[in-house]
Design a protein around this ligand. Structure first.
Ligand SMILES: Cc1cc2nc3c(=O)[nH]c(=O)nc-3n(C[C@H](O)[C@H](O)[C@H](O)COP(=O)(O)OP(=O)(O)OC[C@H]3O[C@@H](n4cnc5c(N)ncnc54)[C@H](O)[C@@H]3O)c2cc1C
Length: 371
């Protein structure tokens, strides 16, 4: 996703993080622009546009409602929850997809030096930003995990954290969540009196590039032919390519091979520009904390090219070391000082970033679920 963001910016797009769309402006049945708010400064401003794509996922209906559109509800949100467990002696080295007791597919994936178990399908019509795993969902995932790995010795008390997301599926009353189509729909709001507005309903990460091309064509913008085809390469080839990137990055930046491998695994070919930045400045070759192979250059590149703004953007989303197995408050302080020095933050800014980060991290980690 970060690579797509960088490509879009390089192609001339303006991407702005922490910006909320308040309302789409419509005049005489046509879209004319939008009112936006910078949620960090609170400043409001307007942009003009004769076409808008409402790609706000499970918030699609909230955006059209806030814009005063008389559109039918389109999204039937389906929450999916995940657990993160510690690694154990016979932990799988590859992703496993297997059948749970109720016949659904559940996955167990090695992730960030831990084990990720998911997922559930629970109808959810609340604010997607408030979605939390329930105790029942955690029990369901733990039961499935223990069926696959009865000897692991891992129990519910070992759950490191649990989190949820809401799939923006098309509203399908009376249909089981698993039976709802995963295909996307690009809805044209012309019949609702908003020509130039398109809402994206459903969709998957795996089909996001095709969806983007389809949306662009709907807007009357030609897409070069032939359209690119997403290739599937054997797992071994991916590993070999990563190994080559890691070797090049290690040589370029003068960092340990293990560190370059960790960087290539997470950032792919972006490892090269991270290595180039690290080569220029010793402070960028410092590890983010003493437990991790990831380095400060990954944070500064995220600020420079991936629209990261806060410590949370870096440590929870772009380089999610703070979701790793050994993270503690002292790691936060160490990473904040190293990143702050490189980013030119003063001590009071570092203190403010740490406070906001700890609050955000605590909100995200729900080891025992809600109701
Ligand atoms: C539990 C779960 C499991 C999934 N499993 C898979 C899978 O196995 N394979 C697969 O390919 N896909 C999977 N997906 C689907 C994939 O993640 C979705 O396609 C994707 O989340 C939808 O992408 P999106 O960009 O449309 O929406 P989101 O990723 O939800 O992004 C919407 C964005 O809009 C922003 N937004 C909302 N309101 C406003 C506003 N007023 N102003 C500005 N911004 C706003 C939100 O902050 C958010 O960043 C899964 C999704 C979930 C939740």
């Amino acid at each position: 996703m970060a690579e797509w963001l960088i490509e879009a910016i390089e192609a001339g797009a303006l991407a702005q993080n922490y910006t909320r769309l308040l309302q789409i402006e419509i005049n005489d049945g046509c879209v004319t622009g939008a009112r936006l708010r910078d949620t960090l400064s609170g400043a409001e401003f307007a942009v003009t546009a004769n076409q808008i794509v409402n790609a706000s996922g499970p918030w699609v209906d909230a955006v059209t409602a806030a814009s005063g559109l008389n559109a039918e509800r389109m999204i039937g949100g389906v929450k999916g929850s995940h657990l993160v467990l510690p690694r154990f002696a016979e932990a799988p080295k590859q992703a496993i997809f297997a059948e749970a007791a109720d016949g659904r597919m559940v996955f167990v994936i090695p992730w960030n030096e831990q084990i990720l178990v998911g997922t559930t399908e629970v109808e959810d019509s609340g604010d997607p930003g408030d979605a939390r795993p329930t105790g029942g969902e955690i029990d369901y995932l733990m039961t499935s995990f223990q069926r696959f790995f009865p000897q692991s010795g891992i129990t519910r008390a070992d759950v490191r954290y649990a989190f949820s997301g809401v799939r923006p599926l098309p509203l399908s009353p009376g249909r089981k969540a698993s039976a709802v189509t995963r295909r996307h729909i690009i809805y044209d709001h012309m019949p609702d009196g908003a020509a130039g507005l398109f809402s994206i309903i459903g969709g998957k990460l795996t089909t996001a590039a095709a969806l983007a091309r389809e949306a662009v064509k709907k807007m009357g913008i030609p897409v070069p032919e032939p359209e690119p085809v997403t290739g599937i390469v054997p797992a071994g080839e991916v590993e070999e390519t990563c190994r080559q990137w890691a070797q090049l990055a290690a040589g370029k930046a003068g960092i340990r091979t293990a560190s370059a491998e960790a960087i290539a695994e997470w950032h792919g070919r972006r490892a090269m520009s991270i290595a180039a930045a690290a080569a220029r400045d010793e402070a960028l070759r410092v590890p983010l904390c003493r437990h991790t192979l990831h380095i400060v250059a990954e944070a500064t590149e995220a600020f420079a090219h991936e629209c990261a703004v806060t410590l949370g953007d870096v440590l929870l989303r772009r380089v999610p070391v703070a979701l790793g197995p050994c993270w503690s408050e002292s790691c936060t302080r160490e990473a904040a000082q190293a990143i702050g020095r490189a980013a030119g933050w003063g001590q009071s800014e570092i203190g403010r970033q740490i406070e906001n980060f700890e609050e955000e991290r605590a909100r995200f980690l729900h080891p025992q679920g809600g109701n």
